[in-house]
Design a protein around this ligand. Structure first.
Ligand code: APR
Ligand code: PHB
Length: 400
């Protein structure tokens, strides 16, 4: 049995766990990151790609700016398509200069892994049988198996950054937290295609056959999604069928349509909303998808994960400086307030842009009226733009 000692045990090497380790390292706080998958798996899985202004600012301010400033695609607006027309919402003019950047989650993860390796602090891939104990007391422990050997990690705190299927959230007794949930009766079929993006900006479209989204990953790669059934069988979707549905739902009367190309990845993503409160039990803190899930429509999942750990790193730093637990109590309150703002926005965007089988003709017309209002009222566009580009994060430099 190997014993390891650290200040913060971090479960999960997704964006939340890796960014937390990075911020703590900058504060001189030691951590060990424990991940059950391999390094290649973590880097290569295709996930989100829209970074809020504050996420990009944080990366640059903490020494992770080099590649994102070179390769990230800065967007000054998004387009909303319905009734055969595209309407543009301009971010800088409505938000005092804020923008978004397209940079894949896997690129963020790659940059964070490189930074972790430079720091020399432990990042342990392929750990199995991970379990948590003694979370209510001052010396929580994490147990896991690596290379066939059992290990025990003794910590001051544990950060549960292990996503929606991890072990951290289920380690909290059911009566200690409240879970708020909502399921949606549809999913997204997503593809990555070798095709140059046909627009410089994302296009969110509501068509009578359902939602579709045009996005991108690089000047050579287009990312596209279409609304489908939650139990959709991917085998029933040939490449031809996917393209004809996407072109139908996204094409507009001015002749615009996405470029087509070889499909290099296909998957179905379910849609749900979930929040656990409080995001803390004893010495266990939850962050990112372990604490909350948003439907992808508002592009908030990755940004919320980063906002959580900025707040958590700042709380932990205050604790280590002052030995005062007040900052620890504040974490869940601050993080949950942002989470609920993002939940509201993600729920609204999802409802505004998806078709339900049960919708009446009234519902369909009201939905169009909602979008018409969005693109014709400056107040509505401002509210949308503020939510989409996101607000500031907890300070991670300077005095707490
Ligand atoms: N032990 C160790 N690691 C685990 C365990 C476990 N028992 N269970 C899961 N993990 C790992 C996963 O393999 C994954 O690498 O935890 C990590 C969680 O990462 P993410 O799922 O990416 O979650 P998070 O870091 O919170 O980032 C949220 O991911 O799903 C997207 O849209 C979401 O962009 C958002 C982001
Ligand atoms: C993506 O590019 O993957 C993406 C973009 C916008 C969203 C969701 C996903 O709202």
């Amino acid at each position: 049995m190997q014993m390891i000692r650290t200040q913060v045990g971090i479960i999960g090497a997704g964006p939340a766990g890796l960014m937390l380790g990075h911020l703590l390292d900058r504060f001189g706080i030691d951590s060990v990151i424990i991940e059950d998958r391999s390094r290649d798996y973590v880097i290569e899985r295709v996930r989100a790609g829209v970074l809020e202004q504050a996420t990009v600012d944080l990366m640059i301010a903490t020494g992770l700016g080099e590649r994102i400033q070179r390769e990230g695609m800065r967007h000054e607006g998004v387009q909303i398509a319905f009734g055969g027309r595209r309407h543009r919402i301009d971010f800088p003019t409505l938000t005092g200069g804020r923008t978004i950047t397209i940079y894949g989650q896997n690129e963020v993860v790659r940059d964070l892994i490189d930074a972790r390796l430079r720091s020399g602090r432990p990042l342990l891939f392929e750990c199995s049988d991970v379990s948590l104990a003694d979370l209510a007391g001052p010396r929580p422990v994490v147990r896991f198996v690596r290379d066939g050997q059992p290990h025990t990690l003794q910590c001051d705190f544990v950060a549960g950054c292990d996503g929606s299927h991890g072990i951290s959230r289920p380690s909290i007794p059911l009566d200690q937290v409240r879970t708020y949930e909502r399921a949606y009766p549809f999913a997204w079929l997503g593809i990555l295609a070798e095709a140059a993006p046909a627009s410089d900006e994302l296009v969110y479209s509501l068509h009578e056959r359902g939602f579709a989204l045009f996005s991108m990953r690089s000047p050579q790669l287009t990312r596209l999604y279409l609304q489908c059934a939650p139990d959709e069988n991917l085998d029933a979707w040939t490449d031809d069928r996917i393209w004809s549905e996407l072109l139908l739902r996204l094409g507009t009367d001015d002749g615009w349509r996405p470029n087509t190309g070889r499909i290099v990845q296909k998957s179905v993503t379910g849609m749900r909303s979930m929040v656990v409160e409080p995001m803390r039990w004893g010495r266990l803190f939850l962050a990112g998808d372990a604490a909350h899930i948003v439907p992808p429509t508002g592009a908030k999942g990755l940004n919320l994960a980063i906002a959580d750990v900025a707040a958590l790193a700042s709380s932990l730093r205050s604790f280590y400086r002052t030995e005062n637990e007040r900052s620890l109590d504040q974490y869940s309150k601050d993080a949950a307030a942002r989470v609920w703002r993002a939940q509201r926005f993600s729920w609204w965007m999802t409802s505004a842009l998806h078709r339900l089988d049960a919708d009446s003709s009234f519902d369909a017309r009201r939905q169009l009226a909602d979008l018409e209002h969005l693109v014709s009222s400056r107040a509505a566009m401002t509210s949308f733009a503020e939510s989409y580009v996101g607000g500031p994060l907890a300070p991670v430099d300077g005095e707490p």
